[in-house]
Design a protein around this ligand. Sequence first.
Ligand SMILES: Cc1ncc(COP(=O)(O)O)c(C=O)c1O
Length: 363
Amino acid sequence: MSDHRLTRIVQELPATVPFVGPETIARFSGVPIQARLGANESVFGPSPLAIAAMQEAAAEAWMYGDPEAYALRTALAKVHGVERENIVVGVGIDGLFGTAVRLFVEPGTPVVSSLGAYPTFAFHVAASGGVLHTVPYRDDYEDVEALAAMANTVDARLVYLANPDNPMGTCWDAATVLKLRDALPADAILVLDEAYCEFAPASAIPVIDIADARMLRFRTFSKAHGLAGARVGYVIGPAELIAAFDRVRDHFGVGRVAQEAALASLRDAEHVEAVVRSVAAARTEITKIAEANGLSVIDSSANFVAVDCGHDGDYARRVLAELGALGVFVRMPGVPPLDRCIRISAGTAEQLVVLAQALPRAL
Ligand SMILES: Cc1ncc(COP(=O)(O)O)c(C=O)c1O
């Protein structure tokens, strides 16, 4: 785009967005979605307590939400055994990435991530003029040693790791995550994206240490809590770094209804546990469906399964398109060799029946 009124950074940005939404895809194709299995949402829905809280809050939507999200931060602090000052709430992890990048990245700032990693972080880095250095995955895992080596080579300020990872669903144990943190340059911060942490083994989640100024933990209500459409996420970290978010964040970004939903959901641990069980069952079923069609899967610690279509990216893209034409919305990784896979989110039993019928036809 060459409009000289735009900043130079924006003029040079590609016209791409990280995600084309399922609604857009359906509008373009004219095919209604029968099985929405592509965005790693929770098809199992929010807690009934959260639904009731949203209904009650709906009549109060004329008021802005509490800009300090005081009640929600208080509840989160209790859940995590930290102080309210250790938590900032924002518009999902995606929104909080934007805020974090504004805090630490200016034109030329070196940042490190994996090639093919969850894209929103890189999207914000590009918008700030940061210089993104990537390393390839190794055996479908984010390569923590290569991330550390690259971070030291370029003297990175931020290093991104999703654990469990999206798009592959693989997961490192906590000791490996901490080893990565310790191997980074002294001034670097590990941006630890734990969007899927509820689905991972407890051994994958480092103990929260708010004295640790080298790591920020990004969490969300979009996955296990089933509130992707409400847009609530949070960051846990040392009070000084968390306070810095206040200087640049969108203070009214998380609306009143969303705050009430998240607060109520925190009171329903049983719902989250049930979702985690349903997701595990769905992963098993997706694996069965894949194997019945001669395909293999990558072992997943998240609410989706990467299914290896056994050929190259062009082949997997064709499978994806055929599934789309049959009303099954799934996504796939963007770069080789990850793009030999399609990524299927945990679905209800009915949705997985639709998948089981569509997959052999698509293949
Ligand atoms: C790794 C990862 N991080 C963050 C997000 C987005 O989270 P939120 O809905 O809180 O913005 C996703 C969503 O798919 C994800 O896969």
